[in-house]
Design a protein around this ligand. Structure first.
Ligand code: A3P
Ligand code: EST
Length: 294
């Protein structure tokens, strides 16, 4: 496969300078003008940060731990706001037709998020994952989701990632923009690594944030239902419902490893040094500190 520059950008365009899927951009005014409702909950992440995991947890909280009520594809229960593939996938349309309270998935930065969510003071959850593990997960996502170009070798892909030349742009800018909002009472800022370390603590935090009571039975049910192994075998969370032309899980499964620190199996010493130097420059002055292993 050819990974030359012109091919690489074939299915991408830009919004405010940020790389984005062309399919999404065709209907961008629908996203910009989206009308939030005050009881919407926004789950915002940079891609590959554990969106599906936290989405299932939040839905379980809303469904009061009733697994039966979670038996529909995750992208139907928690529509992906800006996702659009002609008439086949349409996050805005799904959300408009949905009863309240709605749970909204997005990968948008605060600047690109429809203003209506800010105006209506909707609750928002931002889940952050360390950049190295995100880069690894994103690399495999490029390989399995055919809309993406050939990412080349892992180190070639990491160059693109560091340069923000991937959908949703720079991880560094995305996380820092959301981090600046962390003291807004409407926002809960969480870390994937904390969830891996102590899921009970983070689930309880989420339940409180959503204004509910964390009974032990509810917390136990949620934890049991949302382990990596459970979500990997659950057809409603593992994306096997998406057709192969959208996501080819013969390459590898969407639920790939679900660990912290897999970057160590992918970064060479030289690449790691380069990445760390660039990371320091990009995150200079930021109080946002991420753990790269637990
Ligand atoms: P890996 O590729 O490192 O395995 P997103 O949902 O934002 O696309 O993120 C996908 C990443 O979250 C994948 O990471 C996936 O395995 C991981 N993931 C999904 N469900 C998980 C769970 N229940 N526990 C831990 N990690 C999970
Ligand atoms: C992008 C980010 C994400 O978190 C999940 C998905 C799943 C569906 C994907 C999409 C994506 C990227 C764009 C598509 C879409 C299916 C068709 C579309 O072209 C690949």
């Amino acid at each position: 496969m050819d990974s030359s520059k012109s091919d690489y950008y074939e299915n991408f365009g830009r919004i405010q300078g940020i790389l984005m899927y062309k399919d999404f951009l065709k209907y961008w005014s629908d996203v910009e003008t989206f009308q939030a409702r005050p009881d919407d909950i926004v789950i915002a992440t940079y891609p590959k940060s554990g969106t599906t995991w936290i989405s299932e947890i939040v839905d379980m909280i809303y469904k009061e731990g009733d697994v039966e009520k979670c038996k529909d594809a995750i992208f139907n229960r928690i529509p992906f706001l800006e996702c659009r593939k002609e008439d086949m996938l349409n996050g805005v349309k799904q959300l408009k037709q949905m009863e309240s309270p709605r749970i909204v998935k997005t990968h948008l930065s605060p600047e690109l998020l429809p203003v209506s969510f800010w105006e209506k003071k909707c609750k928002m959850i931002y889940l952050c994952r360390n950049a190295k593990d995100v880069a690894v997960s994103y690399y495999y996502f490029f390989l399995m989701v055919p809309v993406h170009p050939n990412p080349g070798t892992f180190s070639e892909f990491v160059e693109k990632f560091m340069d923000g030349q991937v959908p949703y742009g720079s991880w560094y800018k995305h996380t820092q923009s959301w981090w600046e909002k962390r003291n807004d009472s409407q926002l809960l800022f969480l870390f994937y690594e904390d969830m891996k370390e102590d899921i009970r603590k983070e689930v309880i935090k989420l339940i409180h944030f959503l204004g509910r009571k964390p009974s032990e039975t509810l917390v136990d049910k949620i934890i049991q239902h949302t382990t990596f192994q459970e979500m990997k075998k659950n057809p409603f969370t593992n994306y096997t419902i998406l057709p192969e032309e959208f996501m080819n899980q013969k390459v590898h499964s969407f639920m790939r490893k679900g660990i912290s620190g897999d970057w160590k199996n992918h970064f060479t010493v030289a690449l790691n040094e380069k990445f760390d130097m660039h990371y320091e420059q990009q995150m200079k002055g930021s109080t946002l500190k991420l753990r790269t292993e637990i």
